[in-house]
Design a protein around this ligand. Structure first.
Ligand code: IVH
Length: 681
């Protein structure tokens, strides 16, 4: 190897020039790749250039510059972080939780400005990451810090340098010059897919998992060893500067464009709005987009666009008057557990229901939440009077997550489970290993109403017009008390009832009429036989083809079917031996209900023929690959996107937006357990 001291000036100059050219080219392509998301160079070619750079720098370490892409891999670990004061405080934002609060925000601006001249705003997605400040001197990244207490942060320059979306040297397009000093501010974050990968890798390595992307980003930035930070998938969006008056921009929108030209990544969902109503409509658009974004956002930041106006408005102690954070409705909240009521389900199961001090979660007021069953209730260790954490995920029924034990005063009282049915007074029973306490009275009015609601509902016969409220009303009016009674209803009975009219009565009667020839699977699912849901009903229908054949079957015949276990078999035998059930079925027949017959599947014939599966979330007991292979083996199909063709949506852990869409389309959603049964595991 040639010693540098022996190189003549022109050789050294040639190396310096080559290094400069390499850095420029690598920086150009890194910007296209990481910032613009529009690469024009193959990864392998980039790697070759990078290797050349590293090799040359190794030979000539005195020619390494701080903006060299090789500096991103992370230097030596620190003993501790040093502090850096922010030349201008990093403020926080006040929150708005709904459209009304945004209107109030504008009203406050008008009042402060003593003018109602229309105001323009910039709306920016509010990323849930970490605020940082990056200082550039003569175009070169020098110091990067955390927000800290707003006045003083920690120097995390080494770590920030490893983030590819942060330029080490500002771009100066078309011969422009970089500002002498620039302090930019923005959010470091980890995307959702990257976060998942990161945690998967940590799980494999036996390392503790990060609770959420924000924690992952924070933990990565607070690493003393930048080599570790360099392995974390950190990303960065810029949203402002400490002092815009020093720049050739007159408003926030122009500033973001300018920062984009300097090589920073600007969120593509930033919008210029000409009125607060535009802001409000953008707020709801963004909320709709949220589930499909590759990163988590917790709201939208609204900023007065013009800097002149921003300056007039100024700031309060901790937050500027010219900006506000419009937060999305939270999906969790705390409230008080006032009481626990015990409901009786369709199968007699006693379900504890929490009665809560009303609390707004995700835009709706929650007053009641499920506690599932007695075991769950005990596991959570709840007491009456507790402060509790309640959550609502999408359209799922709200649930009590846990008590906030720190808030206990000592006046909380234990929750006492009832010993008799709150509806019919029968003594409750709890069989064997079951977590569920039941009312054993088959004539319990609560069970009957629930059974009727199930029969007419979506997982049953799906009779339009006979929803929960209508069924309760019809029972209360004495018009129906059991399933066959539904088929005696006439438009004349219904029309005079409160909330009904000729039209709705006729429609309901037509829907009832249409339900007189159900498929066997639908009918079986509608009956509400214990342990026989939609999936098992399909298995049975496919196997037996007719109700008569199924009713003749014994326990052994059921156990023969792949996917049916002892519990289901016993339940079926018990059900079809019950005299009351036989009477009900014969009454239904008399009222013109004829269950369609289908050709039973021959032995070994594709059990899932005609079924189309879609997966959302991860499966706990087998890989997607195995699941797909098994479905194909059984003659079924697997879809990759949601559509009406999908017959079963399999719900794994942490399901994605497919679940919401599936619910919207009214598709059958099954749990992993149900799926396993279906494929005979
Ligand atoms: S502006 C004076 N813009 O939200 C303005 N903040 O309390 C202060 N955040 O932790 C911030 N996205 O890091 C602004 N587009 C955005 C933002 C944003 C996320 C964070 C910020 C801070 C919090 C504000």
């Amino acid at each position: 190897m040639v010693q540098l001291s022996l190189l003549n000036i022109s050789d050294k100059e040639a190396v310096r020039q080559r290094l400069q050219a390499l850095r420029q080219e690598l920086n150009f392509h890194a910007h296209r790749y990481y910032v613009l998301d529009a690469p024009i160079l193959a990864d392998a070619e980039y790697d070759l250039l990078f290797q050349e750079l590293v090799a040359l720098e190794q030979q000539h370490p005195e020619l390494i510059t701080p903006d060299s892409p090789s500096r991103r891999v992370g230097g030596a670990p620190l003993a501790q972080f040093t502090t850096v004061p922010h030349t201008i405080p990093m403020l926080s934002l006040e929150n708005a939780f709904d459209a009304e609060a945004l209107v109030d925000f504008e009203e406050r601006l008008f009042r402060f400005l003593q003018s109602r001249t229309p105001i323009s705003y910039v709306s920016e997605p509010k990323l849930d990451g970490l605020a940082v400040e990056l200082v550039y001197e003569e175009g070169l990244f020098t110091i990067g810090s955390t927000r800290g207490d707003g006045l003083i942060g920690e120097d995390i320059s080494q770590n920030l340098k490893t983030i590819p979306a942060i330029p080490l040297r500002l771009l100066t397009p078309e011969g422009g010059i970089a500002p002498q000093r620039l302090e930019v501010r923005g959010e470091v974050f980890i995307g959702l897919a990257e976060f998942k990968q990161l945690n998967e890798a940590r799980a494999k390595a036996g390392e503790p998992l990060f609770a959420n992307p924000r924690n992952g980003a924070a933990g990565s930035l607070r690493q003393l060893d930048p080599k570790i930070t360099a392995t974390r998938p950190l990303d960065f969006f810029v949203y402002g500067v400490s002092d815009p008056t020093l720049l050739p921009c007159k408003d926030q929108h122009g500033l973001l464009t300018y920062l984009g030209c300097l090589g920073f990544k600007i969120n593509p969902l930033v919008r210029l709005c000409h009125s607060i109503s535009e802001v409000i409509s953008q707020f709801s658009t963004l909320q709709d987009q949220r589930p499909s974004l590759p990163y988590d956002i917790d709201g939208m930041v609204v900023k007065v666009n013009e800097f002149a106006l921003q300056e007039r408005l100024g700031a309060k102690a901790r937050s500027p008057r010219w900006a506000i954070a419009a937060k999305f409705p939270a999906s969790q909240a705390t409230t008080r557990l006032l009481d626990v009521e015990f409901g009786v389900g369709r199968t007699g199961a006693i379900t504890p229901v929490a009665v809560l001090e009303p609390v707004r979660i995700g835009g709706v007021t929650v007053r009641r939440a499920t506690l599932h069953n007695e075991d769950e209730l005990r596991r959570k260790g709840l007491m009456l009077g507790d402060t509790v954490l309640v959550q609502r995920a999408g359209d799922v029924i709200p649930e009590v997550v846990k008590p906030v034990e720190e808030n206990r005063t000592g006046r909380e009282r234990p929750i006492v489970m009832p010993t008799t049915c709150p509806e019919c007074g029968f003594s409750l029973v709890r069989a064997g290993q079951e977590a569920i306490t039941r009312c054993p009275n088959p004539n319990c009015p609560a069970q009957q109403v629930r059974g009727l609601i199930h029969f007419t509902g979506k997982s049953g016969m799906d009779i339009e017009g006979l929803g929960k409220k209508a069924v309760e009303q019809l029972v209360n009016q004495g018009l129906i008390k059991d399933i066959p009674d539904i088929y005696t209803l006439t438009a004349k009975n219904l029309a005079p009832l409160e909330g009904w009219g000729d039209k709705s009565a006729e429609n309901a009667v037509r829907a009832i009429q249409q339900s007189r020839t159900p498929t066997l699977a639908k009918f079986l699912a509608a009956l509400g036989i214990r342990h026989v849901g939609e999936v098992t009903a399909q298995l049975l229908a496919r196997h037996f083809g007719s109700l008569a054949r199924l009713m003749r079957a014994g326990e052994a015949d059921f156990l023969h079917i792949e996917g049916i276990g002892e519990q289901v078999a016993t339940s079926l035998v018990d059900y079809f031996q019950d005299q009351a059930v036989l009477e009900m079925l014969s009454r239904l027949e008399g009222l013109g209900v004829h269950v369609q017959e289908e050709k039973p599947a021959a032995e070994g014939e594709a059990a899932l023929a005609g079924s189309v599966f879609l997966f959302t979330g991860s499966l706990a007991h087998l890989s997607r690959h195995e699941a797909k292979a098994r479905i194909k083996e059984l003659g079924g199909q697997v879809a990759s996107s949601i559509s009406r063709k999908v017959t079963h949506v399999v719900l794994g852990e942490s399901p994605g937006s497919k679940l919401t869409k599936a619910r919207e389309l009214g598709l059958t959603v099954i749990s992993e357990d149900e799926f396993l049964r279906l494929i005979g595991r």
